[in-house]
Design a protein around this ligand. Structure first.
Ligand SMILES: [Zn+2]
Length: 372
C-alpha cells in the first residue's frame, strides 16, 4: 500500500512446468543465482579496494560486459532481464541492510528456495502463463488477477513445487466493490495472512514505535521508586503508549477498510483470547497486536463478516485433503501433507481452512481449493 492512489497486491498461483520447462527453469535459476553471487562478490571487492560502494548502474554495465567475456558466454542461455533483475534484488538487499531492516546480504545456495523475477514480457491466458525462454506453462488460477501485472516471480520451493507470484498495481478507487470472499488467519509472524496468499505485515513505523515503547518500559523499571526521574520516565512512557495505540488504530482502520472494500464476505477466526492467553508465548503478541479491535472494525465495515469458531485446528489440517498433521509444532512454518503431498505455508493453509469453514446458519458451503 504505497501512495494514496496506487496500491500493490501479490497473487500467488501454483504452476506445473513440464520436464523440458523444468530444465529451462533450472538454467534460469542457476544463472540468476550465479549473477547474484557474482554481484555480491564484486560489490564486496569494490568496497574493499575503494572504501566506497560501487554504483548500481555501473555494476549492471559490468554484467553486460561479463556476458561477452570468453568463458562466460553461457550466461546468454538465461533471460537477460531476469539476470538484471537479480542485480536489482541484490541492490534492494543492500538497501534493507543499510536501513537496518535486514542483515548483510549473503551468498545464495543451490540448496535453498530458488527465485527469479521477470520484470516484463510475461503473458496470461485461461490456464497458462507465458514466461520468456520457458514458454507457456500450465497454471492454476484459483483466484482471478485484478489490476495491472507489473512483475512475475517464479519460485521453486525446497520440496520441488513451482509457484508464480504476480505483483499487480491498481488504482485504489478502481478496485472492485466488495466481491467474493476471503479467509483471514491472524498470525504471529505476520499480522494477518489471507487465503489468497497475501501476507500482511505491521507497518515499519508501528514496529519502530513498539520497539521504542519496550525501551521506555525497561528504562522506567530501572529508575528508583519515588524519584523525580521515575516520574519523568513514567510520563514519557504514557505518551508513547498513547502514540502506539493511535498508530495501531490507524493501521487497522486502513487495512479493515481496504479489505471490506475489496471483499463481500470476510471470514475471520473468532479468537478465544482468554483461552489463548494461557499459552505464555502467544499472550504477549495477542494483547499487543490489536486483533480484537481488528475483528470489531471488520464487523462493522464489511458487508458480511463471519466469525469462525475454531472447533478444529486450522493450522494442522490440510486444506486440500483434510489430513490432520498432529506432529505440527508452532515453529513449523512450512509442511508437506503426508497424505496428498501438497506443500503448505502454515499460515496460508490456515487462512484457506478458515475460508472453507461452514458458518453457523449457512449450510456448509465449501469453496474448492486447488492449490497453495
Ligand atoms: Zn493433504
Amino acid at each position: 500500500m504505497a501512495d494514496s492512489n496506487k496500491t500493490h497486491r501479490a497473487f500467488r498461483y501454483r504452476i506445473y512446468p513440464n520436464t523440458e520447462q523444468q530444465q529451462v527453469l533450472a538454467v534460469q535459476f542457476g544463472h540468476a543465482r550465479f549473477v547474484y553471487n557474482w554481484g555480491l562478490a564484486t560489490r564486496k571487492a569494490y568496497y574493499h579496494q575503494h572504501g566506497t560502494g560501487i554504483d548500481h548502474y555501473a555494476l549492471k554495465r559490468q554484467l553486460t560486459q561479463l556476458k561477452h567475456t570468453p568463458g562466460f558466454e553461457w550466461l546468454g542461455e538465461a533471460d537477460s532481464q531476469v539476470l538484471q533483475a537479480k542485480l536489482d534484488d541484490l541492490d534492494r538487499a543492500y538497501q534493507n541492510f543499510f536501513e537496518k531492516r535486514a542483515g548483510y546480504p549473503r551468498f545464495k545456495s543451490r540448496k535453498g528456495e530458488q527465485k527469479i523475477r521477470y520484470p516484463q514480457r510475461f503473458k496470461f491466458d485461461g490456464n497458462r502463463i507465458y514466461l520468456p525462454k520457458v514458454g507457456w506453462v500450465k497454471a492454476v488460477f484459483h483466484r482471478p488477477l485484478t489490476g495491472t501485472p507489473k512483475t512475475v516471480t517464479v519460485t521453486k520451493t525446497k520440496s520441488g513445487n513451482y509457484f508464480v507470484s504476480v505483483q499487480c498495481e491498481m488504482e485504489t478507487d478502481s478496485r472492485p466493490q466488495g466481491q467474493g470472499e476471503i479467509g483471514i488467519d491472524l498470525g504471529l509472524k505476520h499480522f494477518a495472512v489471507l487465503s489468497s496468499g497475501e501476507k500482511i505485515e505491521s507497518p515499519q513505523y508501528l514496529r519502530q514505535s513498539e520497539a521504542k515503547l519496550k525501551r521506555l518500559q525497561r528504562q522506567l523499571s530501572r529508575k528508583q521508586k519515588g524519584s523525580a526521574n521515575r516520574e519523568k520516565a513514567r510520563l514519557k512512557l504514557a505518551r508513547q503508549v498513547e502514540h502506539v495505540a493511535n498508530q495501531r488504530k490507524d493501521f487497522l482502520d486502513k487495512l479493515s477498510h481496504d479489505l471490506a472494500k475489496q471483499y463481500h464476505t470476510i471470514k475471520i477466526e473468532n479468537l478465544n483470547v482468554c483461552g489463548m492467553l494461557k499459552n505464555h508465548k502467544l499472550a504477549k503478541s495477542i494483547s499487543d497486536s490489536g486483533w480484537g479491535m481488528f475483528g470489531r472494525m471488520l464487523a462493522y465495515k464489511a458487508a458480511d463478516c463471519q466469525k469462525i469458531d475454531r472447533f478444529y485446528p486450522s493450522s494442522k489440517t490440510c486444506s486440500v485433503c483434510g489430513f490432520r498433521n498432529k506432529q505440527l509444532q508452532l515453529q513449523h512454518r512450512f509442511w508437506r501433507c503426508p497424505a496428498c503431498k501438497t506443500e503448505h505455508d502454515r499460515d496460508i493453509n490456515a487462512a484457506i481452512n478458515i475460508l472453507n469453514q461452514p458458518t453457523a446458519g449457512a449450510a456448509g458451503r465449501q469453496t474448492p481449493v486447488e492449490s497453495v
